[in-house]
Design a protein around this ligand. Sequence first.
Ligand code: ADP
Length: 460
Amino acid sequence: MIHIDLTINTNLVRKILTGFIRSEITRVGLQRAVIGLSGGIDSALSAYLAVEALGAENVLAVCMPYRSSVPESLAHAQLVIDQLKIPSVVIPITEMVEPLFQRDPQMSQTRRGNIMARARMIILYDQSAVFRGLVVGTSNKTEIMLGYSTLYGDSAYAINPIGDLYKAQVRQLARAMGVPQVILDKPPTADLWQGQTDEGELGFTYEMADKLRESERINSEYEENRKTLIVNISHDLKTPMTSIQGYIEIILEGGITQPDKLQRYLQTIYNNSTYMNKLIDDLFLFSKLDMDKMDFNYESLQVRPFMEDLMTEFKFELEEKNYGFSYQDKMEKDCLISIDGKRVYQAIRNIIGNAVKYGPENNLQVTVELYEQGDFACLDIQDNGPGIPEDKLPYIFERFYRIDTERSKDFMSTGLGLAITKELVEAQGGKISVSSSGDVGTCFTVCLPVKTPPESSLTL
Ligand code: ADP
């Protein structure tokens, strides 16, 4: 089941959209904007954004009521004008559109609506010439995707800052920017005829439409991902398989007489099959995690003794191989974490395993530190290896991503290790990040959520 979350970071979106308005308008040598204010949420939001981007004196609100428009719409537009202290003008469209309506008494509501939307745009562009400002649009992403707009009418704006926001996101941002509550609360309408509401006309709610579109987008992204995954798996299995088959064919032909040559071929076959086995194990684990099919056996553990035990084991293992390992517990107090110890061990093992695989053969040094950070117990795992180039860092948690594909074959590298590690950590509510530099090496930080504050766990 896909969870659709349309929540936006309103501060960030606000910054991006005001920046967009400013740069688009100054790019054409202007400083001002003209907005058709209907009294609804979309045009109110566009006006708030334009004022924040350009200053109140540079935004002209144009109210264009029709004879049958509800008076409340004009009153709501006036609320926005008063609150933003922007210049405004009221230009009714009745006299423009009635002669056309009268030519055909049978004219449908839709035809009338289209004429009204286009008449409003004529006025806006005329005011744009007078005020010397660009016509700023008021169409949200949901309307645009549903085709719920009029060509050369409301879709004829010069720029449209809210065109990438779903209706639900327009509501969030409008609330964050202080659009009056009455406007936030009323049902969306294009005010084309009395009592008209968008949702009534469309037959479904904007919320339903938003979620449907977003789930479609996520589904097609999933599908793309799945296809790439199959290509990757086929490629990664095909290469060692071809090699195994090739060597077996040579052996079967019976032409190899030197035992050391035979030994080398068998060794290559063995290495390739071991690699395939590891790839299948990794894939199996990864897909279980990816499909949320992995069972976690959570237990409440004191983080200090748990890590101490783990690190003693790693220290022993690394020092056996003549590598350096040091562990420091810098936590002020012990605390409880609720984790699956085996899975956390597996995640840390992957990271330390990488330090060994990709680090220097001599003088490898792994340094681990435990400390608290907010509600997390964190572990820095630092190596003194060659580091990971900065432009590659954002990708290393992606499945099948390997930096040096040729070299990594020797290391039984499947490119799944860190993808698995990330899934393991995140599935338990944790976080993982990485920093790296050629001088110092690579540092992975694994943070696990603390279950109870240290004091209460100790006084229990
Ligand atoms: P694999 O399972 O193939 O090792 P990972 O997902 O664990 O793949 O790692 C992805 C890539 O990131 C590796 O191919 C390697 O190039 C790079 N990498 C990971 N850890 C380190 C490290 N400590 N130092 C240098 N490179 C690393």
